[in-house]
Ligand binder design. Sequence first.
Ligand SMILES: Cc1ncc(COP(=O)(O)O)c(C=O)c1O
Length: 402
Amino acid sequence: MAQKGHGRVTDREYRARRLIHARRADVEPFIAMDVLSAARKLEAQGRSIVHMEIGEPSFPAPQAARDAAAEALKGGLIGYTEALGLPALRSRIARHYRDVYGLDISPARIAVTTGSSGGFLLAFLTLFNPGDRVGIASPGYPPYRTFLTALGLEPVEIDLDAESRWALDADAIEKTHSKTPLAGLLIASPANPTGTIITPEALKGLCATCDALGIRLVSDEIYHGLTYGAEAETALRFDGRAVVVNSFSKYWCMTGWRIGWLVVPEELERPVERLAQNLFISAPKLSQVAAIAALDAKEELENVRAVYARNRARLLNELPKAGMDSFLPADGAFYLYADVGRFTNDSVAFARAMLEEGGVAATPGLDFDRGNGNRFLRFSFAGSESESVEAISRIANWLSRR
Ligand SMILES: Cc1ncc(COP(=O)(O)O)c(C=O)c1O
């Protein structure tokens, strides 16, 4: 058998080696997806389950987006686009920054990506070298850790608590950086799983601190638009060199279309373009065409947001009556992060019991926080109003029987 690596290996050793995956693939499972598959199994046995585990809008993409895609399909050829996206979409996204934030962003700084997930890959590859440390909040969106470790970067978790509204601030960054110097910081506002918005003042402070310490800021703004009081501010207001990650998945209800974007500083336009050309060639054209139309569908999408707002209000009012009363009100996104410490010290077992006995699926906090997540559950309220009514009644019923 052929010579492999530095030494001679037998056929058997070679076959054994080929069965071993790279360390990079040794990532943790996304527990929310495991809960979903357990819920689906119960449904296949005829059980009725209310889904509050997955962070996905229960509404379709706006009608105008679906019409635009249907029209494009009639035209036949759906080919590649420019690596950074259709010029019309990049211009329309630039206009979105003018309309929503009053900011003048050149379309050249917009890179259209395959969801924000594709955006993270491009951003991290462009900004960081192997071994670099990147600060992330804990609790936080689980794939942040995974992306970083899979790329040979080191996630540095910054522990947050309910007392500080689960919000990152400049102090926490300075403290972390003085112990473990960071090359980058990834923030999300509104955040998953807590729904917390970083106030404009705190965001300004964070941006100034990152600038002073030479830390590259990446801001995940995927839940912008989904707010229930004050709007979320973009990091671009305070830091023109921040990299912003966004997506059509949440506000625009287009998860399966896999379409998102980055805003990068001018000096990164070409490096991002080179990587995008090689890694993706382009984002899906059909989705880009649909996204242009989606950006004009404000009225329809505001109606969707109103449903989430009513679901949120219902949970805030009714869950405490059912006995689950320890959570912050969620400034944005569509999640409640509830402390269930008075019931359990094992959120995975608690979620399993709630699913099997109560018929409600929620995600154990361990997905988002390996330290304290054993006391928390995340409830998504992106479902329909009738689902949220049913969920509350089932939870109340189940808790009263425990
Ligand atoms: C905070 C956050 N960022 C990014 C994503 C990924 O979204 P997508 O790749 O669909 O744009 C999600 C999905 O749940 C999320 O919650």
